[in-house]
Design a binder for this molecule. Structure first.
Ligand SMILES: [Zn+2]
Length: 92
């Protein structure tokens, strides 16, 4: 392996510890939930999930989208971290 490749690998290791350098523009993932697999997508700032909770539009999000937002938080735009609705203050 030549020295320039070694330098690139070292840089990759450094970058891998700085996830905020990366910003997802779109995303398409399969989420293995407790009972079923769901299809979670982020496109142009809009989250989508194939689960019942999300498609019912009652809360505007679901546990799968929220989990993705937590995992990817440093790599998402502010807007994409929480969705478009203001988070409702939780009681308790
Ligand atoms: Zn879901």
């Amino acid at each position: 392996m030549n020295s320039s490749m070694i330098g690139k690998i070292e840089k990759a290791h450094r970058y891998a510890r700085e996830p905020e350098r990366i910003q997802f523009n779109s995303l398409d993932a399969t989420f293995r939930g407790g009972h079923d697999e769901y299809h979670v997508k982020l496109n142009n700032g809009h989250w989508e999930c194939s689960c019942h909770t999300f498609s019912s539009h009652v809360v505007g999000t679901c546990s799968h989208v929220m989990a993705m937002q937590q995992i990817l938080s440093p790599m998402l735009l502010e807007h994409d971290r929480y969705g478009e609705e203001e988070p409702v203050a939780a009681t308790g």
